[in-house]
Design a protein around this ligand. Structure first.
Ligand SMILES: Nc1ncnc2c1ncn2[C@@H]1O[C@H](COP(=O)(O)OP(=O)(O)O)[C@@H](O)[C@H]1O
Ligand code: SF4
Ligand SMILES: [Mg+2]
Length: 344
């Protein structure tokens, strides 16, 4: 992996808890990764494993009822977790932008979408209203909205889900951020719109050269858009590798199970893991959190915590038994599932 000095962002042992009734429950545990300039890192794992909590932390956002127990998020030589709200505001929306799952939630219902974009442009860049208006129409055109001048006059409810998501992307791109955080941005959209948005993202990244963190539970999407993939289970990273390497040579039993579960893929991995629902936090063992569901678990697994260790160049896995678990070659990289392949 490149040296941290070259990374756009470096997450170092991020640990987040949520308050539940009368005690803190850990939901993200010692998560570390970095994203390089122009790179798309996928963050994948089943619902509830801590993807959004991690993604929001990159945006300097803490959900109500949560605390960052420890860790650092280095961006531009500063630790985002130690910044004051005022300092964060100058980074949010300008250097780091978030595209959430539900586009409608991030648009103001009572304001024309063109005005919203102009206000975003004005908030972060010294510009006249007229120049900002012209730029807003250019941005709407860039994200593939038909008749952008006319779209700018509409209210969010007058747009389809796909159009709303394009508006949100235009707003995210307005200030040419170095890092775009996308939290399941296509989940609420139909498959065709999903494929179009992915294609658009791919093109925009080429044009704007930004880095992206792409959060999804959909490995088919990951195969299409990500350079590297980080796999999360019960709040911890269990494997991280370049996308092709991960699909061809998954090492963690959980990753193997995830890949085996992708539809349309005839996986020779045997589907080691049962991927139904997460265990309750209190049911997780002190050692490897995956142990209760792991076909390879040994007694020591339940007591020995695991952390990422190198297995190959740029490939790390959190399983002390990875050497004795057979590799699974050529599982999915050539056969992306669920969405129409995006031309690269
Ligand atoms: N406001 C909250 N209060 C308490 N627990 C929460 C809250 N938001 C999320 N959680 C818990 O944190 C864990 C991680 O949630 P999240 O980061 O949203 O996961 P994902 O995005 O992978 O679905 C889940 O177990 C969830 O129940
Ligand atoms: S450490 Fe043990 S329980 Fe955990 S994934 Fe590896 S073999 Fe399975
Ligand atoms: Mg989420």
């Amino acid at each position: 992996m490149s040296s941290p000095a070259e990374s756009v962002v470096e997450v170092d042992e991020l640990t987040v808890d949520f308050w539940e009734r009368d005690h803190w429950v850990n939901v993200v545990n010692k998560v570390s990764f970095s994203i390089e300039p122009g790179e798309t890192l996928g963050l994948v794992g089943e619902s509830g494993c801590g993807k959004s909590t991690t993604a929001f932390s990159l945006f300097g956002y803490r959900r109500p009822g949560s605390r960052v127990r420890s860790g650092a998020i280095r961006f531009d030589g500063r630790d985002l977790l130690r910044l004051k709200e005022r300092e964060l505001r100058s980074i949010r929306g300008a250097r780091i932008c978030l595209v959430p799952q539900n586009p409608a939630g991030s648009l103001t219902p009572s304001m024309r979408v063109g005005t919203q974009l102009v206000e975003t442009l004005k908030a972060h860049r010294a510009s006249t209203w007229r120049k900002a208006e012209k730029r807003a129409v250019e941005l709407f055109a860039q994200v593939g909205l038909p008749e952008p001048g006319e779209i700018a006059e509409r209210y969010p409810y007058e747009l389809s889900g796909g159009q709303q998501q394009r508006v949100v992307m235009a707003m995210a791109l307005a200030c040419s951020p170095s890092l775009l955080v996308l939290d399941e941005p296509t989940t609420a959209l139909d498959v065709t719109t999903q494929a179009r948005i992915l294609k658009l993202l791919f093109r925009l990244q080429g044009e704007h050269g930004m880095s992206m963190l792409y959060v999804t539970h959909n490995l088919g999407v990951v195969a299409q858009i990500c350079d590297r993939v980080a796999v999360m289970y019960a709040g911890e990273l269990v494997e991280i590798a370049p996308t092709v390497e991960l699909f061809e040579n998954p090492r963690h039993p959980y990753t193997r199970g995830l890949i085996a579960a992708v539809p349309r893929i005839s996986a020779p991995t045997g589907g080691d893991a049962t991927l139904r629902g997460l265990l309750r936090r209190e049911e997780l063992p002190d050692g490897c959190r995956f142990a209760p569901r792991c076909a390879y678990a040994q007694t020591d697994c339940f007591t020995n915590p695991q952390s990422l260790a190198p297995v190959a160049k740029d490939h790390r896995v959190a399983c002390w038994l990875w050497k004795s678990i057979p590799g699974a070659r050529r599982v999915a990289a050539e056969e992306p599932a669920q969405a129409t392949p995006v031309p690269r």
